[in-house]
Design a protein. Structure first.
Length: 394
């Protein structure tokens, strides 16, 4: 039986996330703002945790109810589900809140009201209560408050993982101002790169764009533990709290793990066009190499120390991707204007027939490229309003 699920995704990537969910069998897929609503059966929910690259969280909808006061929130939470199954006193929990409605416009106090409703119910019905755990709770409960067709509504969900799904596990080492893995995956999805043409990153930093690109082309499931591929029947997944829910089916979960691993094993022998990253900072380059090794992608990703403004193209045209500094946290404006200008000159002189995708958080610096973008996709990187810009190099 399919059940309501909300995928929380990076802003600007809702359409890509919707297509990704449809590809793994989701029904009634509806892009929202920073989220995608859909329906998934239990196998599909497991598949989404293993294979989907774009969500921060996959939220399983427990209940929706009218809510315009603290009293309605308190009562609605207590009636939402059978809490003796979903939250026995032995399970710790954390409450997250997004959105507001009149009378409930402070997330901290709304979260406190949810917590009070739950522990009061437990004490009354079970004689004991759960602990609140902020770091690694057994249950992450998410409350969204907003206007529905019939007035103020509350939607109460439980997250399938106690930590954000963007953390793949391969990135112990990070350069300055790193991209989140799911944002990088979504940016690569927008380029359409499939491994058939070269992919270059002149400012690769900790290597996230290239790692996510190669992992996508090689069908490496983000929900499996990173590292060397094992035979599919030995594959191990990252821990997910949905495996401890009422009605969890570990046999079904194992079948999905094996199927995801089999797809990766089958793609492991696939030849990819050159995937090359340049990084000037030797220490950051070593971090990138460590991340590539942890992701078991060394045969497919070549990293070089050097100035990205002096990169040399392979013979076959392909795609350049980059996230150069844009002045919010790194670099000085005058130096950065020169960097962008020189990058634009190099690309125009040596990369005719290529496509550039550049993440810009500073329109003034981007103008220094001396190129006109053919596409602009609004995204957010670390809270900074950015554009993922496409340039056809002639």
């Amino acid at each position: 039986m399919a059940h309501g699920v909300i995928a929380v995704v990076p802003p600007g990537l809702e359409a890509q996330a919707a297509a990704e969910l449809e590809s793994i069998g989701a029904l009634d897929v509806q892009p929202l703002r920073r989220a995608v609503r859909c329906r998934l059966d239990l196998a599909g929910l497991y598949r989404a945790h293993l294979r989907c690259r774009l969500p921060f969280r996959l939220l399983y909808v427990l209940a929706s109810f009218g809510c315009s006061s603290r009293e309605q929130l308190y009562a609605g939470v207590q009636r939402a589900v059978d809490w003796s199954c979903w939250l026995p006193p032995s399970c710790s929990f954390r409450v997250e809140v997004s959105g507001t409605v009149p009378g409930l416009n402070h997330s901290h106090y709304s979260a406190l009201e949810v917590k009070n409703a739950l522990v009061d119910w437990q004490r009354q019905e079970l004689g004991d209560r759960s602990d609140v755990e902020l770091e690694q709770p057994d249950r992450v409960l998410h409350l969204h408050l907003g206007q529905g067709s019939r007035g103020p509504m509350a939607t109460l969900c439980v997250a399938g993982s106690s930590e954000s799904l963007h953390r793949r596990g391969y990135r112990a080492a990070m350069g300055l101002a790193p991209l989140k893995e799911n944002l990088a995956a979504g940016l690569i999805d927008l380029t359409g790169w499939d491994g058939s043409v070269p992919l270059l990153d002149p400012f690769c930093g900790s290597g996230t764009l290239l790692i996510e690109a190669a992992a996508r082309a090689l069908k490496r499931p983000p929900g499996l533990l990173p590292g060397p591929l094992a035979p599919a029947h030995h594959a191990q997944a990252r821990p997910f709290s949905c495996l401890d829910w009422p009605g969890a089916d570990l046999g079904l979960w194992r079948a999905e793990v094996v199927a995801a691993a089999e797809a990766a094993v089958a793609a492991a022998s696939r030849p990819l066009a050159p995937v090359i990253g340049w990084e000037l900072d030797a220490e950051v380059l070593e971090q990138a190499r460590s991340n590539v090794k942890a992701a078991d992608l060394e045969p497919w990703i070549a990293l070089q120390q050097g100035d990205g403004r002096q990169l040399e193209p392979p013979e076959q045209p392909g795609i350049v991707v980059c996230n150069p500094p844009y002045g919010a946290r790194l670099g000085e404006q005058e130096d950065l204007r020169e960097l962008y200008f020189q990058l634009g000159q190099q690309l125009k002189q040596r990369f005719s027939g290529w496509t550039l995708w550049l993440l810009s958080g500073n329109p003034e610096l981007t103008r220094s490229l001396g190129m006109k973008a053919s596409r602009r996709v609004p995204v957010s990187n670390g809270g900074i309003d950015c554009r993922w810009l496409r340039y056809e190099i002639r």
